[in-house]
Unconditional design. Structure first.
Ligand SMILES: [Zn+2]
Length: 224
Protein backbone atom coordinates (compact mmCIF):
# COMPACT_ATOMS: atom_id res chain seq x y z
CA UNK A 1 0.00 0.00 0.00
CA UNK A 2 2.79 2.44 0.87
CA UNK A 3 5.31 2.08 -1.93
CA UNK A 4 8.87 3.35 -2.00
CA UNK A 5 10.52 4.26 -5.29
CA UNK A 6 12.43 6.96 -7.11
CA UNK A 7 11.36 10.36 -5.76
CA UNK A 8 9.67 9.04 -2.61
CA UNK A 9 12.13 10.62 -0.19
CA UNK A 10 12.21 13.95 -2.02
CA UNK A 11 8.40 14.11 -2.01
CA UNK A 12 8.06 13.12 1.66
CA UNK A 13 10.72 15.61 2.71
CA UNK A 14 9.11 18.43 0.70
CA UNK A 15 5.72 17.57 2.20
CA UNK A 16 7.12 17.78 5.75
CA UNK A 17 8.91 21.03 4.92
CA UNK A 18 5.61 22.48 3.70
CA UNK A 19 4.04 21.68 7.07
CA UNK A 20 6.95 23.28 8.93
CA UNK A 21 6.58 26.41 6.80
CA UNK A 22 2.84 26.53 7.53
CA UNK A 23 3.62 26.37 11.25
CA UNK A 24 6.01 29.32 10.99
CA UNK A 25 3.49 31.34 8.95
CA UNK A 26 0.77 30.59 11.51
CA UNK A 27 2.96 31.89 14.33
CA UNK A 28 3.67 34.98 12.23
CA UNK A 29 0.02 35.88 12.50
CA UNK A 30 -2.22 34.24 9.92
CA UNK A 31 -3.75 30.80 9.45
CA UNK A 32 -1.76 28.74 6.97
CA UNK A 33 -2.64 25.68 4.92
CA UNK A 34 -0.02 23.12 3.92
CA UNK A 35 -0.88 21.12 0.82
CA UNK A 36 1.17 18.22 2.10
CA UNK A 37 1.34 15.20 -0.16
CA UNK A 38 2.18 12.51 0.72
CA UNK A 39 0.13 12.80 3.94
CA UNK A 40 1.64 12.01 7.33
CA UNK A 41 -0.58 11.05 10.25
CA UNK A 42 0.01 7.29 10.05
CA UNK A 43 3.82 7.68 10.19
CA UNK A 44 5.57 7.12 13.53
CA UNK A 45 9.10 8.12 14.49
CA UNK A 46 10.51 4.91 13.04
CA UNK A 47 7.79 3.49 10.86
CA UNK A 48 5.77 4.37 7.79
CA UNK A 49 2.49 3.10 6.37
CA UNK A 50 -1.02 4.05 5.32
CA UNK A 51 0.39 6.15 2.44
CA UNK A 52 2.43 8.18 4.98
CA UNK A 53 6.23 8.47 5.24
CA UNK A 54 6.98 11.43 7.51
CA UNK A 55 4.55 12.81 10.09
CA UNK A 56 3.86 16.27 8.70
CA UNK A 57 1.50 17.35 11.51
CA UNK A 58 4.08 16.21 14.05
CA UNK A 59 6.71 18.26 12.24
CA UNK A 60 4.42 21.32 12.35
CA UNK A 61 3.72 20.91 16.08
CA UNK A 62 7.42 20.44 16.76
CA UNK A 63 8.25 23.58 14.78
CA UNK A 64 5.80 25.49 17.01
CA UNK A 65 7.39 24.07 20.16
CA UNK A 66 10.86 24.94 18.91
CA UNK A 67 9.64 28.48 18.21
CA UNK A 68 9.04 28.81 21.95
CA UNK A 69 5.42 27.80 22.55
CA UNK A 70 4.97 25.55 25.59
CA UNK A 71 1.73 23.77 24.68
CA UNK A 72 0.36 22.89 21.25
CA UNK A 73 -2.66 20.89 20.07
CA UNK A 74 -3.04 18.65 17.05
CA UNK A 75 -6.69 18.05 16.18
CA UNK A 76 -7.19 15.34 13.56
CA UNK A 77 -10.43 15.34 11.57
CA UNK A 78 -9.37 12.77 8.97
CA UNK A 79 -11.78 9.83 8.77
CA UNK A 80 -9.04 7.53 10.07
CA UNK A 81 -7.18 7.62 13.37
CA UNK A 82 -3.70 9.15 13.21
CA UNK A 83 -1.89 6.31 14.93
CA UNK A 84 1.50 7.76 14.04
CA UNK A 85 0.81 11.15 15.58
CA UNK A 86 -0.62 9.54 18.70
CA UNK A 87 2.44 7.31 19.07
CA UNK A 88 4.89 10.21 18.71
CA UNK A 89 3.35 12.35 21.46
CA UNK A 90 1.67 9.71 23.66
CA UNK A 91 3.78 10.24 26.78
CA UNK A 92 4.15 14.00 26.47
CA UNK A 93 2.32 16.81 28.25
CA UNK A 94 3.23 19.51 25.72
CA UNK A 95 1.46 18.34 22.56
CA UNK A 96 -2.21 17.32 22.83
CA UNK A 97 -3.43 14.87 20.21
CA UNK A 98 -7.18 14.59 19.67
CA UNK A 99 -8.90 12.68 16.90
CA UNK A 100 -12.44 12.02 15.70
CA UNK A 101 -12.52 9.06 13.31
CA UNK A 102 -14.28 5.88 12.30
CA UNK A 103 -14.12 3.13 14.92
CA UNK A 104 -11.02 1.02 14.16
CA UNK A 105 -12.69 -1.89 15.93
CA UNK A 106 -15.26 -2.05 13.12
CA UNK A 107 -12.72 -3.15 10.54
CA UNK A 108 -11.18 0.17 9.58
CA UNK A 109 -7.54 1.24 9.30
CA UNK A 110 -5.41 1.52 11.44
CA UNK A 111 -7.23 -1.41 13.14
CA UNK A 112 -5.00 -1.67 16.22
CA UNK A 113 -5.05 1.89 17.58
CA UNK A 114 -7.49 4.76 18.00
CA UNK A 115 -9.71 3.44 20.77
CA UNK A 116 -11.40 5.62 23.38
CA UNK A 117 -9.41 4.21 26.30
CA UNK A 118 -6.09 5.47 24.87
CA UNK A 119 -5.68 8.67 26.88
CA UNK A 120 -1.90 9.10 26.99
CA UNK A 121 0.64 7.63 29.38
CA UNK A 122 2.86 8.93 32.17
CA UNK A 123 3.16 12.70 32.01
CA UNK A 124 1.05 12.57 28.86
CA UNK A 125 -2.04 11.15 30.57
CA UNK A 126 -4.98 13.37 29.60
CA UNK A 127 -3.10 14.68 26.54
CA UNK A 128 -4.50 12.12 24.11
CA UNK A 129 -8.16 11.82 23.18
CA UNK A 130 -9.83 9.46 20.76
CA UNK A 131 -13.46 9.76 19.71
CA UNK A 132 -14.25 6.74 17.51
CA UNK A 133 -17.54 6.93 15.58
CA UNK A 134 -19.65 4.08 14.20
CA UNK A 135 -19.38 3.70 10.41
CA UNK A 136 -22.04 5.79 8.68
CA UNK A 137 -21.98 8.60 11.24
CA UNK A 138 -22.86 12.03 9.82
CA UNK A 139 -22.54 15.71 10.63
CA UNK A 140 -24.03 15.67 14.13
CA UNK A 141 -21.70 13.05 15.59
CA UNK A 142 -18.69 14.38 13.70
CA UNK A 143 -19.20 17.99 14.81
CA UNK A 144 -19.93 16.98 18.41
CA UNK A 145 -16.57 15.21 18.32
CA UNK A 146 -14.72 18.20 16.86
CA UNK A 147 -16.29 20.48 19.48
CA UNK A 148 -15.26 18.12 22.27
CA UNK A 149 -11.66 18.03 21.05
CA UNK A 150 -11.55 21.83 20.79
CA UNK A 151 -12.88 22.12 24.35
CA UNK A 152 -10.31 19.71 25.76
CA UNK A 153 -7.44 21.42 23.93
CA UNK A 154 -8.58 24.81 25.20
CA UNK A 155 -8.88 23.48 28.76
CA UNK A 156 -5.26 22.32 28.54
CA UNK A 157 -4.19 25.87 27.72
CA UNK A 158 -2.68 25.22 24.31
CA UNK A 159 -1.20 28.25 22.55
CA UNK A 160 -1.39 27.08 18.93
CA UNK A 161 -3.21 24.55 16.81
CA UNK A 162 -2.26 22.09 14.08
CA UNK A 163 -5.20 20.58 12.20
CA UNK A 164 -4.69 17.22 10.52
CA UNK A 165 -7.05 18.12 7.71
CA UNK A 166 -8.26 14.95 6.06
CA UNK A 167 -11.52 15.27 4.15
CA UNK A 168 -12.13 11.55 3.61
CA UNK A 169 -15.02 11.64 6.09
CA UNK A 170 -17.09 13.20 3.28
CA UNK A 171 -20.29 11.42 2.31
CA UNK A 172 -19.26 11.75 -1.35
CA UNK A 173 -15.83 10.21 -0.82
CA UNK A 174 -15.68 6.79 -2.51
CA UNK A 175 -13.65 5.32 0.34
CA UNK A 176 -15.42 7.09 3.17
CA UNK A 177 -16.68 5.19 6.19
CA UNK A 178 -18.45 8.38 7.39
CA UNK A 179 -21.14 10.66 5.95
CA UNK A 180 -20.04 14.25 6.55
CA UNK A 181 -21.63 16.87 4.27
CA UNK A 182 -19.98 19.96 2.79
CA UNK A 183 -21.90 22.02 5.34
CA UNK A 184 -20.47 19.78 8.03
CA UNK A 185 -16.93 20.56 6.91
CA UNK A 186 -17.71 24.28 6.89
CA UNK A 187 -19.04 24.02 10.43
CA UNK A 188 -15.93 22.08 11.51
CA UNK A 189 -13.78 24.87 10.11
CA UNK A 190 -15.71 27.44 12.12
CA UNK A 191 -15.33 25.42 15.34
CA UNK A 192 -11.57 25.15 14.83
CA UNK A 193 -11.24 28.85 13.96
CA UNK A 194 -13.26 29.87 17.01
CA UNK A 195 -10.46 28.57 19.22
CA UNK A 196 -8.74 31.82 18.24
CA UNK A 197 -5.27 30.28 18.06
CA UNK A 198 -2.42 30.51 15.57
CA UNK A 199 -3.35 27.62 13.27
CA UNK A 200 -1.58 25.50 10.68
CA UNK A 201 -3.80 23.16 8.69
CA UNK A 202 -1.96 20.19 7.22
CA UNK A 203 -3.47 18.08 4.45
CA UNK A 204 -4.07 14.41 5.24
CA UNK A 205 -6.45 12.07 3.35
CA UNK A 206 -9.22 12.62 0.80
CA UNK A 207 -10.00 10.53 -2.28
CA UNK A 208 -12.82 12.14 -4.24
CA UNK A 209 -10.58 14.02 -6.63
CA UNK A 210 -13.31 16.14 -8.24
CA UNK A 211 -14.51 17.72 -4.99
CA UNK A 212 -11.39 17.37 -2.85
CA UNK A 213 -10.47 21.02 -3.30
CA UNK A 214 -13.99 22.17 -2.51
CA UNK A 215 -14.06 20.18 0.73
CA UNK A 216 -10.73 21.64 1.82
CA UNK A 217 -11.95 25.14 0.92
CA UNK A 218 -15.11 24.51 2.99
CA UNK A 219 -12.96 23.95 6.08
CA UNK A 220 -10.61 26.83 5.31
CA UNK A 221 -13.63 29.12 4.84
CA UNK A 222 -14.18 28.92 8.58
CA UNK A 223 -10.97 30.88 9.01
CA UNK A 224 -12.28 33.76 6.91
ZN1 LIG B 1 -7.90 8.95 6.14
Amino acid sequence: MTLVGPGTWEAALASAATAATAARLALAGRPAYALSRPPGHHATRDGFGGSCYLNNAGVAATAMREAGLERVAIIDIDAHHGNGTQAIFYDRADVFYGSVHVDPGRGWFPHFMGFADEVGSGAGEGWNRNLPLPPGSGDDAFLAGVAELCAQASALGVQALVVSLGVDAAELDPESPLRVSRGGFSAAGRLLAEMGLPTALVQEGGYHLEILGLLVADVLGGFG
